[in-house]
Design a protein around this ligand. Structure first.
Ligand code: A3P
Length: 325
């Protein structure tokens, strides 16, 4: 990795001493760093994010475990924060830009000329809207110590795994880091997945949302699917910009704009690319609760159910795995 100077050598030595596993998807390896499995391709960005990012109190972060509905939550958050600027929605940026362009992941973007990027971030229009997959304990100190608001989304681990399997298989077909779904499942069950273990990630934000409910809003994909109006109201209230009665129409328009069918059908999401790495269409697959039933064998169901029951026991946290409609 490209860490430079004396400190860079120390960091490199530290990285070489970390436990390492073969990666899947885009990353050749995962390193066990600060108690999570960091994809090798993200180490530099994570390091820069932790070291250089300065939070501002009115920042809004979307945080998530990968493949949990991040794209949807980014779109909703961006639209809610900016609803005064784009009242008609006719020229809305979400019609021509993928949510990942509008709400960047800082651990992926803070690479290359970091000094210049950090200066640019400091001059951005406020409130700034960013995203991260980092587990709560690994967030930069300035985020943990400031009053910024974090909206976290997670999803039942069965659908998260299946969604990840499809997504990371796209990269596997063009790289040598190929594994079967059975191997990927074993690794997921051992916690070895980018930014995992899944349960530690979810529990970290869950605990923080209980301790500091004004700082972390904890959402589940399944709940948004079941009652999006209720949750869009919750997000707007949490962000301190509640929809008043006269803005009900605006709220409904935002919900429609960010819906799976609408977003999937936009030109930018059908034909555009994100960071020259991936076609935007891959961020929109099925968008359903319960697709995992088409991929799990009875033994896989038994194994993951047992692990999740044990890991989440006593936390008060549970997940729906089937749609109730
Ligand atoms: P599936 O692979 O199960 O279809 P992330 O955004 O964190 O990468 O999560 C991706 C999952 O969210 C994918 O699930 C994707 O289809 C779904 N998704 C993307 N946009 C959505 C939207 N607007 N509404 C609901 N689900 C969405």
């Amino acid at each position: 990795m490209a860490l430079v100077g004396a400190q860079g050598n120390e960091d490199e030595k530290m990285i070489l001493s970390l436990p390492k596993e073969r990666g899947w998807g885009k990353a050749p390896y995962f390193y066990f760093f600060q108690n999570f499995w960091c994809p090798s391709i993200s180490l530099q960005g994570v390091h820069n994010f932790q070291k250089y990012f300065q939070a501002k109190d009115n920042d809004v972060f979307v945080a998530s475990f990968p493949k949990s509905g991040t794209t949807w939550l980014k779109a909703l958050t961006f639209a809610i924060i900016n609803c005064q600027h784009f009242e008609s929605l006719v020229n809305h940026p979400l019609l021509t830009s993928n949510p990942h362009e509008l709400v960047p992941f800082l651990e992926f973007s803070l690479v290359g000329d970091v000094d210049e990027k950090i200066v640019k971030l400091s001059h951005m229009t406020e409130p700034r809207n960013f995203a991260t997959h980092l587990p709560f304990p690994s967030l930069p100190t300035s985020i943990k110590e400031s009053n910024i608001r974090i909206i976290y989304i997670c999803r039942n681990p069965f659908d998260t795994f299946v969604s990840g399997w499809h997504f990371f298989s796209i990269f596997m077909s063009e790289s040598s880091h190929k594994i079967t779904i059975e191997e990927a499942f074993e690794r997921f069950c051992n916690g070895v997945i980018g930014f995992g273990p899944w349960w530690s990630h979810v529990l970290g934000y869950w605990k923080e949302s209980i301790t500091r409910p004004n700082k972390v809003l904890f959402l589940k994909y399944e709940d948004l699917k079941e009652d999006i109006s209720f949750h869009v109201k919750r997000i707007a209230d949490f962000l301190g910009c509640p929809f008043i009665e006269e803005e009900k129409g605006m709220m409904e328009s935002i919900i429609k704009l960010c819906s799976f069918d609408k977003m999937k059908d936009l030109e930018v999401n059908k034909f555009g690319h994100h960071l020259k790495i991936i076609e935007n269409k891959h961020f929109f697959r099925k968008g359903e609760i319960g697709d995992w039933v088409n991929h799990f064998s009875p033994s896989m169901i038994e194994k993951l159910s047992k692990i999740i029951e044990e890991k989440l026991s006593g936390s008060g946290l549970s997940f729906k795995t089937q749609s109730s409609s």
